[in-house]
Design a protein around this ligand. Structure first.
Ligand code: ADP
Ligand code: MG
Length: 394
């Protein structure tokens, strides 16, 4: 267990908080502020406990130099609205300079300031000096609450922990609790649903989950690599050629370990990768040579729903079909609905899976939707995330 802001005296201290304010922007406007809102519980706690709150984040990929389109100024504006109080933003192309340092040192208790985009500095993503030391100069306590970048060892996500006491914020605490409990302490039966485009990306996750689950359900584009491994014809479906042998291995391993592996039994095929394409539903051994699998079929949906209905814990990563196209969204929607209607602990990891659950309106029915795409995948792989490993243990 990692220490959190609750386990340390923050009163009157300058607290450096790494948030994930990497919000989507269009024409200088924030199009979705969920990441900012997810950071508020920690920020509010620090304000209420009289800390001097200094916020840091990256946004986009300015690649180590100041680029005006990646300024955090719009984030400062939004934070002001959401917090209902002043948020000092001392814009500096260097992120930290004399004016920023002076402002941080003069910040009154209960007040908030935001630094400019940490990735304006080339040292940031390499976790190098002098940037870490310059940031460290500003604060007395380091709080990491950026789950979305916790799988990266950067100056502002991990490097700072060498300089001062380091604890987690509430968002990281929550992510570790739900993802960690699901993996290490699941109520059984424990079912994992894996989908998405490529098996290659997900092999380490499948391997780690297989050690823990009772049932693993395969959907989405990766199904066709498994079909190929079974000797079936898959037409023009997405194929991860290099992973055919791995898919074979995984099926054999599942058998050896006594893990039930469910693969689609039927599939919705299309002539083209397009929402308006001609489509047809076929059993998995009947995929026409000139068509591609785009979604799981109705028999598969029934089969998967039954497995989900019996589960006490479900972890889901990766959509079951090309859910971005309404014609091929039904499989993913039905699985999301099955999870929403289940009493099981339901944990969603992965950016597109989270977007799908959101899009179909089931977000508030899930136990936990991870805010970190890549970070949640690495967590599910069983890797130690450097932005969490660097924090003090309880
Ligand atoms: P996550 O972000 O949840 O980890 P991935 O990024 O692995 O998920 O996969 C999501 C993508 O997989 C989606 O863009 C979806 O369209 C694609 N996908 C799902 N099924 C298929 C399929 N049958 N053919 C091609 N792409 C697919
Ligand atoms: Mg994705």
């Amino acid at each position: 267990m990692k220490k959190t802001v609750r386990d340390i005296d923050v009163s009157g201290k300058r607290v450096l908080v790494r948030c994930d304010f990497n919000v989507p922007m269009k024409d200088g406007e924030i199009t979705d502020d969920i990441r900012i809102r997810s950071a508020l519980p920690t920020i509010r706690y620090l304000i209420e406990h009289d800390a001097k709150v200094i916020l840091m984040s990256h946004m986009g990929r300015p690649k180590g130099e100041p680029k005006p389109e990646f300024t955090l100024l719009p984030v400062a504006d939004r934070l002001r609205e959401l917090l209902g109080q002043e948020v000092l933003f001392v814009a500096s192309d260097q992120v930290v300079d004399e004016a920023v340092t002076a402002a941080a040192k003069a910040l009154p208790a209960g007040q908030v300031m935001l630094l400019e985009n940490t990735r304006y500095r080339k040292e940031e993503t390499k976790n190098e000096e002098p940037f870490t030391g310059q940031l460290a100069e500003l604060g007395e306590i380091f709080v990491n609450d950026a789950f979305g970048t916790a799988h990266r060892a950067h100056c502002s996500t991990a490097g700072l922990a060498k300089y001062m006491p380091a604890v987690s914020g509430f968002l990281i605490e929550k992510e570790v609790k739900f993802l960690g409990d699901a993996l290490d302490n699941p109520e059984r039966p424990f079912v994992a649903i894996m989908g998405g485009a490529k098996v290659g990306d997900k092999i380490p996750v499948i391997e780690n989950l297989m050690k823990k689950v009772n049932t693993i359900i395969i959907g989405g584009g990766m199904s066709y690599t498994f079909f190929k491994a079974m000797g079936l014809e898959i037409g023009t479906s997405i194929l991860d050629e290099e992973s055919i042998d791995l898919a074979k291995d995984l099926m054999a391993k599942a058998k050896d370990m006594g893990v039930e592996m469910l693969l689609p039994v039927d599939t919705v095929c299309a002539a083209e990768f397009s929402n308006d394409s001609r489509k047809t539903v076929v059993d998995r051994d009947q995929i026409p040579a000139d068509m591609m699998g785009m979604d799981i079929g109705p028999k598969t949906i029934d089969l998967y729903k039954k497995a989900i209905a019996q589960a006490k814990t479900v972890v889901w990563n990766g959509p079951c079909g090309v859910f971005e196209m309404p014609s091929f969204a039904e499989g993913t929607r039905a699985i999301a609905q099955a999870l929403a209607e289940s009493d099981a602990v339901t944990v969603i990891g992965g950016g597109d899976s989270a977007a799908a659950v959101e899009q179909f309106g089931y977000a508030d029915k899930m136990t936990h939707i991870s805010t970190g795409g890549g970070a949640s995948l690495e967590f599910l792989e069983g890797k130690e995330l450097p932005g969490i490993a660097c924090l003090e243990d309880k």
